[in-house]
Design a protein around this ligand. Structure first.
Ligand code: SAM
Length: 274
């Protein structure tokens, strides 16, 4: 089935049903993204149409959780976009150094690679001991992987290269121990990370923070929802706090654009005005 064959009404009915039954609200996610994922699940599960799949979703929690996994894209990597981390090191770490205690929020942290990258950066800048990192996602399976901090060996070459391009000061191998096909991140990186289930659409502010990273998440949201989540970030940041978005995301079209100045436009790093 091609994804254009599914009607808008079928999709909105399915999303309403998921929201009513499970509380997950995908109604303002990008239609193209939702359509693609639903079509894919339809073809692998063998249902004839969305209505048939819908009644299954409502009666089978295992199938529902598979669909929820489909709708949340958890692709991530360590030091993703190394030039972004370089800018974080050069332009944001000096700001963080001025605070006695630092709180950082990784919103949509997936399996945690981004939070571990931040812990490494903070250790190298001598800031980790006074920092609390809140790493949140609404995907519990991804969060469980994040807590374990066990990643495939196959990725290490690329992560090492990312780390070096990001201005890493050490040998990357000092941050993990190899174990057969996997690497396990050092306990010292985990100690100040709080992993928590938080839904950006339905949950509210939980802390006042100095820095928010929400990278490659808003790209899946429609504009109205992006603005809503930007309000949540605005209310969570201290004055002078820093917001980092993904390379394909921007504050420029947000209702709150005027409330920020740009620290690094290309790397999508913004500072909340005083
Ligand atoms: C593509 S990953 C981005 C991971 C990481 N930030 C990065 O840039 O590499 C998107 C993450 O956003 C999470 N996400 C999507 N909708 C969310 C929501 N409403 N609340 C919290 N997390 C959400 C997904 O579960 C997924 O783990």
């Amino acid at each position: 089935m091609r994804y254009k064959d599914i009607s808008d009404i079928e999709i909105s009915s399915l999303l309403e049903a998921i929201y009513d039954t499970y509380g997950y609200d995908f109604r303002e996610y990008s239609q193209a993204h939702i359509r693609r994922r639903i079509t894919n699940r339809l073809s692998v599960s063998g249902f004839e149409n969305v209505a048939q799949m819908q009644s299954h979703v409502l009666n089978d929690e295992t199938f529902a959780s598979e669909l929820l996994q489909d709708l949340s894209i958890t692709v991530t990597e360590m030091f993703r976009d190394p030039t972004f981390y370089r800018s974080l090191r050069d332009n944001v770490m000096p700001v963080l150094k001025t605070y006695p205690f630092i709180k950082i929020w990784h919103a949509g942290c997936a399996s945690g690679e981004e939070a571990y990258s931040m812990a490494i950066l903070l250790q190298e800048e001598g800031l980790y001991d006074r920092t609390t990192i809140y790493a949140t996602d609404f995907n519990q399976l991804a969060l469980n992987r994040a807590k374990d901090g066990i990643f495939s060996n196959k990725m290490i070459k690329e992560y090492t290269s990312n780390y070096q391009l990001a201005g890493g000061k050490e040998s990357f191998s000092r941050y993990y121990t190899s174990n057969y096909d996997n690497v396990i991140m050092n306990q010292s990186l985990k100690k100040n990370i709080v992993w928590a289930n938080h839904n950006l659409v339905t949950d509210s502010v939980f802390a006042e923070v100095n820095l928010i990273l929400c990278r490659n998440v808003l790209i899946y949201f429609e504009k109205n929802l992006q603005n809503k989540v930007q309000t949540l970030f605005y209310n969570s940041l201290i004055n002078g706090g820093v917001l980092c978005l993904g390379s394909k995301e921007s504050l420029r079209f947000s209702d709150l654009y005027d409330q920020y100045s740009e620290i690094d436009t290309k790397q999508r790093i913004y500072k909340k005005k005083y």
